[in-house]
Design a protein around this ligand. Structure first.
Ligand code: ZN
Length: 475
């Protein structure tokens, strides 16, 4: 969803996990004591992360209600572990005493922030919100299946209410509510920066898309859709994940409604995909999630399981996945060494399709309804719709009742498509059910970072040549 979307999504803030420390290394006394507290919070957090993973992959559909009670209890334990007097005292001592290594100092800084962001929320409300979002995912999934936004609206309203209240508790220096939420995913970003960023994208992309649609070459991509058996798609997904560098000794792949990545630590990174009758859907999902996965697998052993060993931000995380998906994966050079193998997996479907036709088809621009299946050009327009709506929902100028109509109107305006039902409209993403307001802009920020990374990389590496030779490791 990427990491999810979530890449380790947390109900309240962006993920923080904690150091297990390195035995035998010199640590200051308070830091050494702090480690015990970190370990406990880390263990609880890991348990909750595993439940999240399980909820979206293997848990039976009736599990939600009772599991949400378990999550509620665990989140209370987590709250206490992070905000207890011992944690407060030791963090203060570590800050005052100094003499920490760079990584230790970073951990103290991150933990102090987590403490500050958590302790301002009343514990009962914190736990209630955790129970709510654990349940909300299944309410959303059912509503999506039944094309029934009404069934989800009351839950969504509660989630928004909590998020606004929590942001209010955290507000400092008159900061706007939605800016506080944005800051959770991309530190330092605000509506001011993003309005400018998306304003520029909109100004350039909307007319460009119109031009492409009117004057562009007509591309035949019908062969990507049809009878692509699931087990063959899975074989391809596993091959591609491994090919780009995802290590199956330290990672697993499962199926979920919405592809995402979860990481427990650098020896346990989990990606998901989904299979539809369009082979390119799983294909690019898996390259995308493998990108997230590789980022997490690449964290150094001495930093994993510490706050300093997390992805720098959601935008940076998305830059890694979108780099692999779009910049590498949609490039002709990527398919040169492997397309023959892909044809052998699908002789009936792709045997007669040459490489150039295949590459054209996977790069075809089509304004569509579904974000996760959008091409590179139209993708950010899906994000702009969500960004515009989130701003209004949080400011209170749009009610949940009015949301589907507002969604449909923006899809018409930005993408020129009519939304036939809420399943393919406002109910398509799970982010809001998890309370993740402020997450969506990370995707577009990630695309921008990915382009900048590529521009810098090209100065040092002959990227297309390496990709064409199948040498992805240096990249
Ligand atoms: Zn992603």
């Amino acid at each position: 969803m990427g990491a999810r979307f979530s890449h380790v999504s947390s109900p309240i803030t962006v993920p923080v996990s904690w150091t297990v420390g390195q035995e035998g290394e010199k640590m200051s006394k308070p830091y050494q004591e702090l480690k015990t507290y970190m370990d406990k919070a880390m263990a609880i957090k890991t348990a909750m992360t595993l439940f999240e993973w399980d909820n979206e992959t293997l848990a039976p559909k009736e599990a939600g209600e009772l599991t949400s009670q378990v999550i509620g209890v665990l989140s209370g334990e987590y709250f206490e572990a992070v905000t207890c007097d011992g944690m407060k005292k030791l963090l203060k001592e570590c800050r005052e005493q100094g003499g920490l290594t760079e990584a230790e100092a970073a951990n103290v800084r991150e933990l102090s922030e987590e403490l500050e962001q958590t302790i301002c929320i009343p514990q009962e409300e914190y736990q209630e919100f955790a129970r709510l979002t654990a349940r909300a995912t299944s309410v959303w999934a059912r509503a999506k299946k039944d094309q029934d936004f009404e069934a989800f609206a009351p839950t969504l309203e509660k989630v928004i209410g909590f998020q606004k209240k929590f942001a209010g508790y955290r507000a400092k220096d008159g900061k706007k509510t939605y800016d506080i939420m944005l800051d959770d995913y991309e530190k330092g970003f605000s509506m001011e920066n993003l309005d400018e960023f998306f304003g520029l994208l909109k100004k350039e992309l909307v007319p460009f898309l119109k031009k492409v649609m009117e004057e562009g070459k007509k591309i035949e991509d019908g062969f990507l859709k049809g009878d692509y058996p699931e087990e063959k798609q899975e074989e391809l997904a596993r091959f591609l994940a491994g090919y780009v560098g995802f290590d199956f000794d330290c990672g697993v792949m499962a199926v979920s409604a919405h592809p995402f990545t979860t990481n427990l630590h650098n020896k346990d990174v989990r990606i998901t995909t989904h299979y539809t009758d369009s082979v390119d859907s799983s294909l690019f999902s898996v390259i995308h999630e493998a990108g997230h996965g590789i980022y997490e697998l690449g964290i150094r052993d001495d930093l994993t399981l510490t706050p300093a060993g997390q992805g720098a931000s959601m935008g940076m995380h998305e830059s890694q996945s979108r780099f692999f998906e779009n910049i590498i994966g949609r490039n002709r050079a990527f398919w040169v060494p492997i397309y023959k193998k892909v044809q052998e997996m699908f002789p009936g479907q792709l045997g007669q399709v040459d490489l150039d036709r295949f590459v054209e088809a996977i790069n075809k621009v089509t304004p569509g309804l579904i974000r996760t299946e959008a091409d590179e050009l139209t993708y950010s327009m899906h994000i702009m719709v969500r960004y515009a709506l989130e701003k209004q929902l949080i400011a209170g100028t749009l009610s949940t009742k009015e949301l589907p109509a507002a969604w449909n109107a923006l899809y018409r305006e930005y993408l020129g498509v009519d939304v036939p039902d809420d399943t393919r409209g406002v109910l398509q993403d799970s982010h809001w059910s998890g309370g993740m307001f402020g997450y969506f802009p990370s995707y577009s920020i990630g695309s921008a970072y990915a382009s900048q990374i590529y521009a810098a990389m090209e100065k040092e590496l002959a990227v297309p040549t390496l990709v064409e030779k199948g040498e992805l490791a240096p990249i």
